[in-house]
Design a protein around this ligand. Structure first.
Ligand SMILES: [Zn+2]
Length: 438
């Protein structure tokens, strides 16, 4: 009589243990937004990450507004409720579109986006993620000032436009760059905009400036800029390197470097130059949203230009070309340790050591316009200082990648180097920049 009893017990125990195991092993799903979701338009891309070692059986996205709800996305998989699962499922990304096109009853205003996931295991636990959103279906629209914008390769242009509808970002796109817009300084509201943009010296054939406006729902509108582009050929210059110059540069900029003199020089001229230019580019975020500059920029007094904007330099050593670079500023030589004036009214946003530029100062003049003073022997200002046009901010020198005492002066617009010649010219400034927003 003992044996059948034991068998019965086993027959009952094994399935019970199996179910208990399934129960204990059941998990829930961790849900998160892959990008923040705040605003939805007619059809806005949304991505949700779901982590569940047993996978997700049902995934649903619902838009809720005023007591009504609309399913905007659904995905199901065969149920594995009774399967003894290994915890091996990789995290999943659900990508779908949410907005008024998929929820015809919603109107502009507040709503909720809800995503739900059901675990693909015995307990089928339901997990939820709720996000308050704003429905905004009015697309941005643009009206570009029809006055022709005349620009020169390597120079600066300004375009005025109005933007309406729902927009959060607007500006000008040219080549690989995007230039922000600012409220027109003479306008009473933010819909009237002005963008200063650089025409890159290496602008590709067929590239044209385009005004854009967009919002976080994914809606974007583009408009052409009526313009005339004057192509410019830049100079080629040979730059002869002496051993004493190489030694000076290497011991100052790379004292613990390895390799021979030329290898060390090339690293400075290439990698360090690139890193320093990156720092200058990133200073674009530190700009005033109104013009601080007034009138044309001041050059260094009684100085002679030694190098121009966009000189294509061939670096030669013992008759061999060992490197090539583009010179993105103006080199002005005066007397030794000459007083360096601020080119215009502005604020100091960088003052210190900047690799190949040596002791350097960068001033912000607002609307993305910034000026650089490099190779200084003395810095007489600090970050945050407000300076006036003509105020002495330092003294010229030969720190960094410089052979003799001179001032390297550069201008950049939203991080992109432009030809300073234009900014010294009162007629150009009035006609091409100031008249656009006055
Ligand atoms: Zn220079």
């Amino acid at each position: 009589m003992k044996r059948p009893g034991l068998l019965l017990l086993l027959l009952l125990f094994v399935p019970a243990a199996y179910v208990l195991g399934l129960l204990l092993r059941s998990t829930s799903t961790e849900l998160s937004w892959e990008q923040p979701v705040r605003v939805l338009g007619t059809s806005t891309p949304v991505a949700v990450r779901a982590v569940n070692p047993h996978g997700v059986r049902d995934f649903t996205a619902i838009l809720r507004q005023g007591g009504k709800q609309y399913i905007v996305f659904q995905r199901s998989e065969p149920a594995k409720r009774w399967a003894w699962l290994r915890r091996s499922e990789m995290p999943r990304s659900y990508q779908f579109e949410a907005g008024s096109r998929l929820a015809p009853g919603v109107t502009d205003g507040k709503a909720e986006l809800v995503v739900e996931a059901v675990s693909n295991d015995f307990l089928a636990r339901r997990s939820q993620l709720v996000q308050a959103v704003e429905i905004q279906t009015k697309p941005p629209s643009l009206l570009v000032d029809d006055m022709q914008v005349v620009v020169t390769q390597g120079g600066t242009g300004a375009v005025a436009f109005s933007v309406s509808g729902y927009w959060t970002e607007a500006g000008v796109r040219l080549g690989p760059h995007e230039f922000r817009s600012f409220q027109n300084p003479t306008a009473k509201d933010a819909s009237r905009r002005i963008t200063l943009f650089a025409v890159p010296h290496d602008l590709g054939a067929g590239e044209k400036p385009i005004v854009f406006a967009r919002n976080p729902t994914g809606a974007q509108v583009l408009a052409p800029v009526p313009h005339q582009l004057i192509r410019k050929r830049f100079r080629s210059r040979e730059f002869n390197l002496s051993s004493s110059f190489l030694n000076k540069v290497v011991s100052e900029l790379d004292p613990r470097g390895t390799g021979d003199l030329l290898q060390r020089f090339r690293r400075i001229n290439q990698e360090m130059r690139q890193a320093n230019n990156r720092t200058l580019y990133e200073l674009r975020s530190k700009t005033a949203d109104r013009p601080l500059f007034q009138g044309p920029f001041l050059p260094l007094a009684k100085s002679a230009p030694q190098a121009q904007f966009c000189d294509y330099r061939k670096y030669k050593y013992q008759g061999q070309v060992i490197d090539e670079q583009v010179h993105l500023g103006f080199d002005l030589a005066s007397t030794q340790q000459a007083e360096v004036p601020a080119g215009n009214h502005g604020q100091v946003i960088f003052a210190g050591w900047l690799g190949i530029y040596g002791n350097a100062i960068v001033l912000d003049h607002g609307l993305g316009v910034q000026s650089l003073y490099a190779h200084l022997s003395q810095i007489q200002v600090k970050v945050g200082d407000l300076v006036n046009r003509g105020q002495i901010i330092g003294r010229s020198g030969s720190s960094g990648l410089a052979g003799g005492d001179h001032l390297h002066f550069g201008v950049q617009v939203d991080g992109v180097a432009v030809n300073p010649l234009e900014w010294w010219d009162p007629a150009w400034l009035e006609k091409r920049i100031l008249s656009r927003y006055r």
